[in-house]
Design a protein around this ligand. Structure first.
Ligand code: PMP
Length: 429
């Protein structure tokens, strides 16, 4: 890429959550293979981000590339209305088999946010079909479910700046975020405000929506799985649906195939995305129980009212199917366990650093929470100098590498984070 390309980029292309007038730098990456991204000047960077939870098998995986190439020769895309195709059927067979048992009806869409819109719409249509319209969702603070308006309405009100959308966003119910950590002793009091909120609005709530066990973009917080068992029981008692947003946590990242597995529960509706295609193409899936699907289908509309143009895109389905085949071979379990161990021993001692408020590790996720927000531009430049790709935000520096990362590569990432937190210049007091 030429300097002119980068100037054009700064002037004309939006990047996620950065200003068009004072954009943070965008680093030119020209290829990626295994666990490395290659800069335009040839320098390799060890990837600590999996491209936001997605590239679990690393980049340019030969089997994923082959799946896409052979699908291109059949067809890249065909509409899904009135048509089906082998890639969608093969993928959905695997999804139904892999996910908790009652989930058996799959809706394919384009991105995580759309999967959440679909899940919320399913819950609304479910209650409409029962002749008892309900329009509110109950969730926790510090959640994150995507950037479209429905999804945003159940994101943390402060982080996603609900004040900006006042009067436009529907107002849902927010319980305090879980305080009881993943490894803490279960504290009965933790769930009391949530239970009270549910009891006070039991006739209005269509569904509870949550990120099971790991609250991701809203703070990288890991909470006690007992929360999920309790919520499942409360929802069953009240007939309220439970939506699990496994878009970030799904496919092994937390050490279990799905984060719900830590609690041994099944939701009524589950959202999947990100790692679904091994991080190669955009695709999401919303799975529902037979009961939810049949109730919707027997209602006034006679069908679920959604159908995106690129629904069931064959290219994305084919590569997703191969990514799930790789997971089914089971190697990920050992890989994630080894990453967890190395993150614990490597990042754990940082707890004693002056800049550090907390260190937490779960599966292939390692989080260093600092006392002060990071200087993003300075820290990002430092990481690139160190030959690693780590993208911190707010007071969080975190690693979630591809499962195939080597010990040496992970050691390099940990060493870079260790150096970073030792330097007060990277933090805005
Ligand atoms: N839900 C969760 C838990 C997420 O982490 C994300 C993405 N960070 C989304 C939904 C939205 O997915 P997408 O960015 O693909 O729209």
């Amino acid at each position: 890429m030429t300097p002119a390309d980068l100037t054009f980029d700064r002037r004309h292309i939006w990047h996620p959550y950065t200003s068009m007038t004072q954009p943070l730098p965008a680093y030119p990456i020209v290829s990626a293979a295994g666990c490395e991204l290659k800069l335009a000047d040839g320098r390799p960077l060890v990837d600590g981000m999996s491209s936001w939870w997605a590239a679990i098998h690393g980049y340019s995986h030969p089997r994923l590339n082959e799946a896409m190439k052979s699908q291109i020769d059949q067809m890249s895309h065909v509409m899904f209305g009135g048509i089906t195709h082998p890639a969608a059927v093969a993928l959905c067979r695997r999804l139904v088999a892999m996910t908790p048992e009652p989930l058996e009806c799959v809706f394919l869409a384009d991105s995580g946010s759309v999967a959440v819109e679909v899940a919320m719409k399913m819950a609304l249509q479910y209650w409409h079909a029962k002749g008892e319209p309900r329009q509110r969702f109950l969730t926790f603070r510090h959640g994150y479910h995507g950037d479209t308006f429905g999804a945003m309405s159940v994101c943390d009100p402060d982080n996603s700046m609900h004040s900006l959308w006042q009067g436009y966003l529907p107002e849902h119910l927010f319980a305090p975020a879980p305080q009881c950590g993943f490894d803490d002793e279960w504290d009965e009091m933790d769930i009391v405000p949530f239970a009270r909120l549910m009891a006070a609005h039991r006739q209005e709530i269509a569904a509870v929506i949550l990120e099971p066990v790991v609250q991701g973009a809203g703070g990288m917080r890991f909470y006690h799985p007992e929360w999920l068992r309790r919520i499942r029981r409360m929802c069953d008692r009240e007939g309220i649906l439970l939506i699990a947003d496994e878009i970030a946590t799904g496919f092994g990242r937390t050490g279990k195939l799905f984060a719900c597995d830590h609690a041994g529960i099944a939701p009524d509706i589950m959202c999947l995305g990100k790692a679904l295609t091994g991080g190669t193409m955009t695709l999401s899936a919303t799975l529902a129980t037979r009961n939810v699907a049949e109730t919707i289908s027997d209602g006034e509309a006679g069908c679920f009212m959604h159908g995106p143009t690129f629904m069931g895109n064959p290219l994305a389905c084919a590569v997703a199917c191969e990514s799930l085949a790789l997971l089914e071979e089971g190697g990920w379990q050992q890989q994630v366990k080894a990453i967890e161990q190395q993150l614990l021993t490597g990042l754990g001692p940082l707890k004693d650093c002056e800049q550090v408020a907390d260190v937490r590790v779960l599966g292939a996720i390692g989080v260093v929470e600092t006392h002060y927000p990071v200087d993003m531009a300075a820290l990002q430049a430092f990481f690139v100098e160190q030959g690693v790709w780590v993208r911190p935000f707010g007071r969080l520096i975190y690693l979630m590498p591809p499962y195939i990362i080597s010990r040496d590569q992970l050691a390099k990432l940990i060493a870079a984070v260790t150096k970073a937190v030792a330097n007060p210049a990277f933090f805005r007091r």
